[in-house]
Write a protein that binds this ligand. Sequence first.
Ligand code: GDP
Length: 296
Amino acid sequence: MLDNLTSRLSSVIKNLRGQARLTETNIQDALREVRMALLEADVALPVVKDFIARVREKAVGVEVLQSLTPGQALIGVVHDELTRLMGEHNAALNLATTPPAVILMAGLQGSGKTTSSGKLAKLLKEQMKKKVLLVSCDVYRPAAIEQLKTLAGQLDVDYFPSSETQKPVDIALAAHDYAKKHFHDVLIVDTAGRLGIDQAMMDEIRALHDAVKPIETLFVVDAMQGQDAVNTARAFNDTLPLTGIILTKLDGDSRGGAALSVRHITGKPIKFVGVGEKLTGLEAFHPERMASRVLG
Ligand code: GDP
């Protein structure tokens, strides 16, 4: 990642040569270049502004050590700030509760909630040897319920049936009860998503949260959403005590700026990334790799 940034900044950091100290003036061109890189990666403008302000604050006054060039010193500050913003380390899924550990999936329609529910079920079953139950509370789209059922069948994971005539909270509570009685370790609750954020949707998912008290409330967001991811993330974060994020569709050509924006706005860790439509396409999030991608 340092290499990426170093090559990107090579022409502007020449101006820093011979400076003993980083100043507001001598880092200006380099910061402009960092800003461009972030905007090109689709990081939301307010997030870029905050980031640059933090880097400036940290960098100004930094004495350049004998062993470093001034350019390296600045790149070091940018690197540290990016790593900090990305979350430094991968945050693991938390399942430490009396079973069943409930995972609530939240996000807009099309973000990849249902697919990610299936992917998570596979990972929990195969890698962590957990007994998983899947349930869909998307009573507005029978096709979504059907989609989850199909995924459960493919994975040979238990599935709790639901239908559009039921209330989402009733479904979730019944599934929770069933999971308890049948000794499931994890219950994954897939929820309805709308095309945009609306109050009814937010009230509903809030009610679901209150009913099943998930240990993980994961916000699923499409990396291709770019700048728009910020508003969605803010709305979900204001409504629900999110515990983590799944950033989907990173196999697309997005530079992944949404990762930075969503993390910055919510302050919550990105736990997984979706890297394909197949059920194998879920990976733990690696902040360092993401930082690299975003800087391009
Ligand atoms: P939901 O409406 O939030 O439940 O979204 P879905 O799970 O139905 O996903 C919407 C579309 O995105 C489907 O066509 C999925 O196959 C696709 N999708 C989900 N996750 C990924 C991913 O990580 N990569 C790619 N390329 N496609 C994905």
